[in-house]
Design a protein around this ligand. Structure first.
Ligand code: PEP
Ligand code: MG
Length: 585
């Protein structure tokens, strides 16, 4: 038995088998039962086969478009895929350590990384990026169909305890806490947002353990004693008896289940609208189950991951129609394609955008010919999408939204293309209902001209994922500046306030669909800033409802007024977390 002391941030005593999450590398590590080692090896092999097929397709496509030199990068990756140090070595780790395939691949990558770091020749040293790219693709293909941490946790057989290097609130908001009984993290303090969330959910938790994720092994029996700030590894029978007594005394831990069906409202009766962000039509079921009122953001570019045929007008029409019917009478906000030219070229092969985490990182920092800019430069592609959307419109409640808009001219041009797509359909004898047209506010230029943009459109959706990186000049895919990616920076709060006001003055609805909304502490501050509509990953919706029901909008408004006068992120965070601790959670 070993006791590790950290900071108990949410009381309670629970036991379970350790599941390890390396959030920085975005990979889950769990022990697989002896009987499942074979299927884990199959997943590894299938991941390799899918990766090889994709790389060959990408290679051929790049060779066609950009010539053989660039394509050679992918020859090297295909060769690496068959290196005995990669997949066979990972397979050995799966067998010897009985760990999941994805983790084994990550381990092998770390071994590779250490070797590359020692290399003196800068050219060779930089080839580490190619290995990282290949390994990222391999992991994505191993976890195919299981793209989020929540999906992965479903793979875990038994009641478990999550041990992580760190755990972001938006990720914590998506975990099924009926299966995962508690968590412990290396990082964090009492005012860690995730700690607040844990108290709200009544999930026992310890943070600030420094190296628990190195000491604990997957599958090891552990106890979280949140009350006494201890993580107990390999507990004695006495400790386990204490856990069993505590379980008998405790009521059902997670109150979130009751929240699913009812609409979101603050304790003083302010109605908050919660919609879901989705990438695939199949995510509709999760959105409905989570209690989303509608789809606030459908990232339509994920259609490309089904291959070139999925993008013809008929196929798109079927996809949109299915989604509108599935969500009716709730609205579905379809964001037109947000891809850049490279992604478009890659996606002719159906090879990218399909994964969850990896894709999000790839999406992180593009600022060229992308989003509406790209659509306007490819009128055929855009018109096809618009015609498919307008045809589907009569099957539910559709809203069309343009991404990455930086000026009024773009909106006017896009609206003309909508009108001409509608005219095409009328010529075909179809009737087209009027459709609300909105824009994402995710470029500072759009935010600063929100009053002007508001005259041109029917609604705004604030995309903080991009808005933060462009306001702060922080590439969110660049690890070296990731600490500067701060939603609580005073400039971000002001810009959100400004956009909200412009929308209210113009009497158009405004919602916010960035990751920020999925963090319950940040969500409450956003309500204080006057926003009442949000769209988030479905898994975060029940928690958001639960947290909102405990706070008064009037308190949040006063909190926002105080926070808006503060100059540093540290002061803002401190004020926010103290206030939340006081009035609710
Ligand atoms: C955003 O930028 O906040 C957003 C929701 O869009 P994406 O993450 O798809 O860029
Ligand atoms: Mg965006």
């Amino acid at each position: 038995m070993q006791r590790l002391t950290g900071i108990g941030v949410s009381p309670g005593l629970v036991s379970g088998r350790a599941v390890m999450l390396n959030q920085r590398a975005q990979v889950l590590r769990y022990r697989v039962a002896e009987s499942r080692v074979g299927s884990e090896l199959d997943r590894l092999e299938q991941g390799r086969a899918r990766t090889r097929d994709q790389l060959r397709e990408i290679r051929a496509s790049i060779a066609r478009r950009r010539g053989p030199d660039l394509a050679a990068i992918f020859d090297a990756q295909i060769l690496m895929l068959d290196d005995p140090m990669l997949v066979p070595r990972a397979a050995k780790l799966v067998c010897d350590q009985r760990v999941n395939a994805e983790w084994a691949v990550q381990q092998v990558f770390e071994e590779f990384s250490a070797i590359f770091d020692e290399i003196v020749d800068p050219y060779l040293r930089e080839r580490k990026g190619d290995v990282a790219d290949l390994v990222g693709r391999l992991k994505m293909n191993i976890r195919q169909g299981l793209s989020t941490p929540r999906d992965l946790l479903r793979e875990v057989d038994e009641a478990s305890i999550l041990i992580a290097d760190e755990l972001t609130p938006s990720l914590a908001a998506q975990v099924d806490w009926t299966k995962v009984r508690g968590f412990a993290t290396d990082a964090g303090s009492r005012t860690y947002h995730t700690a607040i969330l844990a108290r709200s959910l009544e999930v026992p938790a310890i943070v600030g353990l420094h190296d628990a994720s190195r000491i604990v092994q997957p599958g090891q029996l552990v106890v979280i004693d949140g009350t006494n700030s201890e993580l107990i590894v390999d507990p004695s029978p006495d400790v386990l008896a204490r856990v069993a007594r505590a379980a008998d005394e405790a009521a059902a831990p997670v109150a979130v289940e009751h929240d699913r069906a009812r609409p979101a409202m603050t304790a003083d009766g302010v109605r908050i609208r919660l919609d879901a962000n989705i990438e695939f039509p199949d995510d509709l079921a999760a959105a409905r189950y989570a209690g989303a009122e509608g789809i606030g953001l459908y990232r339509s570019e994920f259609i490309f991951s089904d291959g070139p045929d999925a993008v013809d007008e008929e196929a798109q029409y079927r996809t949109y129609r299915r989604m509108l019917e599935g969500m009716a009478p709730g609205p579905v906000t379809v964001r037109t394609f947000d891809v850049d030219e490279d992604q478009l070229a890659m996606n002719d092969t159906g090879a990218t955008l399909g994964g969850g985490w990896g894709a999000d990182q790839e999406r992180g920092s593009r600022q060229g010919l992308r989003g509406l800019r790209l659509s306007l430069s490819r009128p055929e592609l855009f018109q096809t999408q618009l015609r498919a959307l307008l045809r589907a419109a009569s099957h539910g409640t559709l809203r069309i939204m343009f991404p990455f808009v930086s000026g009024v001219e773009q909106i006017r041009e896009a609206k003309q293309l909508v009108a001409s797509a509608a005219a095409d359909l009328v010529r075909r004898g179809l009737s087209v209902p009027p459709i609300p047209i909105g824009v994402m506010i995710e470029i500072p230029a759009a935010a600063y001209t929100a009053d002007l943009l508001a005259r041109e459109v029917d609604f705004f959706t604030i995309g903080t994922n991009d808005l933060i990186q462009y306001c702060l000049a922080v590439d969110r895919a660049d690890e070296r500046v990731s600490l500067l990616y701060q939603p609580l920076h005073p400039s971000i709060l002001r810009v959100i306030l400004m956009v909200g006001r412009a929308a209210r003055r113009a009497r158009i609805p405004v919602s916010l669909c960035g990751e920020m909304a999925a963090d319950p502490a940040l969500l409450t501050l956003l309500v204080g800033l006057g926003l009442t509509e949000f769209s988030m990953t479905p898994g975060a919706i029940p928690v958001a409802k639960h947290v909102l029901a405990d706070v008064r909008a009037s308190d949040l408004k006063a909190l926002a007024r105080r926070v808006l006068r503060m100059a540093t992120i540290e002061d803002i965070e401190h004020e926010l977390l103290n206030a939340l601790g006081r009035f609710a959670l």
